[in-house]
Design a protein around this ligand. Structure first.
Ligand SMILES: Cc1cc2nc3c(=O)[nH]c(=O)nc-3n(C[C@H](O)[C@H](O)[C@H](O)COP(=O)(O)OP(=O)(O)OC[C@H]3O[C@@H](n4cnc5c(N)ncnc54)[C@H](O)[C@@H]3O)c2cc1C
Length: 517
């Protein structure tokens, strides 16, 4: 039941009486109130309620090139502001306390300071290491007599249940995972936000909402300039925006013409909201299910997106149970290919200066917007790795980790391993010639011209291969544009042939390990 404020006090800290408190720890991938079982548990617990988000230095660590870039931070900070303003409203009348440091240090301090008796949070599913970290938090909490309760809510299914259905084994191929589907049944329905009358937390009157103990930083506080982020703000972070997008998502998505060129620059996507947990995948699934019954188009959309959500599910399942899943060394699911180390290639790739307009447009879209379509991601993944440059997929994954606002470690690792022929074998080893694929998808070059301004006035027939445009039939201004744009860093025919031979020799090894899917 909703109780009055102030509260019956039970202990003291630095001379002050403090009531029993339940903390809900909002984690990086659960920034929402809807379908959040851990949050519901916290607000249904009797006593004081506090909401916490911890900016863990880990979020910035393990990068060779300086951590997540401005768009990723912008999205996160917007999502935190949104969460804070949702919490301030009735019935919660709470604030989001944003603290900086390692959770294993911060939480024990809060336990003492706030007289915490219970903490709830979404269980981590990102990697086996992060799941171990959850275990440490639970032990630390118990040592201070704090009950720690976690829930799986970042995926459609609880991974432990799926593994149990597979006789205790993690399904190591998507085919094996799909075979379990009939046993797994339909995903659980999303849980609604709790009814105000069902809350047991003691909320203050709305005019007495306390100030948070730590405020949400600004981009400038993090040493980032917001100039670029504001310019490219196509995805506004937060649950409010996620739910508003979701409300018309199915009908808008079904109306997009079924041609890849329309998808390349679509901003109508949900992946960043899923990544930060601003949108629950169970909520999305239930919306798709409803829409499926409305028309054959609805059914088509349901089938396509369910397949994608299941691929994501598989990635989380394998990723969270396989140590070192995101690197090569020590990763039992990754074929150890002898990648080359060529700094000139790596820098040209990272900066969108390969001299192949289709590839450079994609890289620049990722740097600028923090997002690209699946076909675009796959094109550059093949180009960087087994198709042409023969550079390790781990460097590509790290590039995504810095710039993509929807970066999810298990999903990206599976996709990069698959695109580079390093794991999760698939028989469709296409060549992905950067000029041919570009022409097929972006025939008139509109996408290239948007992201590669050096070629914006170039004739469409040559925009995919500007070097082919001879000076005889080229106007002086176009030639000048071409001079601004780099020459191709490789000969695709020669390099493609060389890589193809290497790939053929490893295909057999892959088939032996994974079987043909
Ligand atoms: C090299 C490479 C790296 C990738 N890295 C990521 C990543 O870090 N994060 C990420 O969310 N997706 C990643 N993808 C998958 C895919 O490109 C994106 O999920 C998709 O483009 C997001 O757009 P959407 O929201 O319109 O997807 P939709 O088509 O609307 O799909 C709905 C959701 O399903 C999931 N999904 C879609 N496709 C896949 C897939 N192939 N595998 C697993 N899950 C999928 C995503 O969560 C997505 O939001 C990667 C693909 C490649 C080739």
């Amino acid at each position: 039941m909703h109780c009055n404020y102030p509260l019956a006090t039970q202990t003291t800290f630095q001379g002050q009486s403090i009531p029993d408190t339940t903390v809900h720890w909002f984690r990086l991938d659960a920034l929402r109130l809807h379908d959040n079982p851990a949050f519901v548990d916290a607000v249904k617990t009797d006593g004081n309620f506090k909401a916490v988000f911890i900016i863990d230095p880990w979020f910035n660590a393990n990068y060779n090139n300086g951590g997540p870039q401005v768009n990723v931070w912008r999205f996160l900070l917007e999502a935190l502001h949104d969460l804070d303003s949702r919490l301030q409203k009735k019935p919660y009348c709470a604030r989001l306390n944003v603290l900086y440091g390692q959770p294993t240090m911060i939480l024990p301090e809060l336990y003492k300071k706030w007289n915490v008796k219970k903490i709830t949070f979404q269980a981590s599913q990102v990697s086996s290491e992060s799941m171990k970290h959850d275990g440490i938090i639970k032990i630390l909490s118990e040592q201070q007599n704090v009950q720690a309760v976690s829930y799986f809510s970042h995926t459609l299914y609880d991974p432990a249940n799926v593994i149990a259905l597979n006789n205790g084994r993690v399904p190591l191929s998507y085919k094996e995972f799909r075979r379990l589907m009939p046993l797994m049944g339909k995903p659980a329905s999303p849980i609604p936000e709790p009814h105000p009358m069902s809350l047991c937390m003691k909320a203050p009157p709305s005019e007495l909402v306390p100030e948070p103990e730590g405020k949400i930083p600004k981009l400038q506080d993090l040493g980032l300039s917001d100039e670029f982020a504001l310019y490219t703000n196509s995805w506004v972070g937060g649950e409010t925006e996620a739910l508003s997008r979701l409300s018309s998502f199915c009908s808008r998505r079904a109306a997009i013409p079924n041609e890849p060129v329309h998808w390349l620059m679509s901003k109508d996507t949900l992946s960043p909201y899923i990544k930060f947990g601003c949108l629950s995948v169970r909520q999305l699934f239930s919306q798709l299910l409803q829409f499926a019954s409305t028309s054959s188009k609805g059914q088509e959309l349901f089938e396509l997106l369910t397949k994608n959500l299941l691929l994501r599910e598989f990635a989380f399942l394998v990723g969270s149970s396989s140590p070192k899943f995101d690197v090569m060394e020590g990763n039992s699911l990754c074929i150890q290919l002898p990648w080359e180390s060529n700094n000139v290639f790596i820098q040209a790739f990272r900066n969108g200066q390969t001299g192949y307009p289709w590839i450079d447009a994609i890289i620049r879209q990722i740097r600028q917007d923090g997002w690209a379509h699946f076909l675009a991601r796959q094109s550059i993944a093949v180009f960087l790795t087994r198709g042409y440059l023969w550079i390790s997929w781990v460097l590509g994954k790290e590039f995504f980790q810095e710039f993509m606002i929807d970066f999810e470690l298990p999903v990206s690792s599976v996709c990069w391993m698959q695109s580079s022929c390093s794991g999760f074998f698939c028989t469709q080893i296409e060549s992905y010639d950067p000029c041919l694929v570009g022409k097929q998808i972006d025939t008139d070059g509109h996408y290239i011209k948007t992201y590669v301004p050096e070629l914006k006035d170039f004739p469409s027939e040559y925009v995919h291969q500007p070097w082919k445009c001879s000076s005889l039939h080229t106007e002086a201004s176009w030639l000048c544009d071409r001079e601004q744009y780099p020459k191709p860093i490789i000969d695709v025919c020669k390099q493609g042939e060389l890589c193809c031979k290497r790939v053929q020799s490893i295909m057999k090894a892959l088939a032996d390990v994974y079987g043909v899917e």
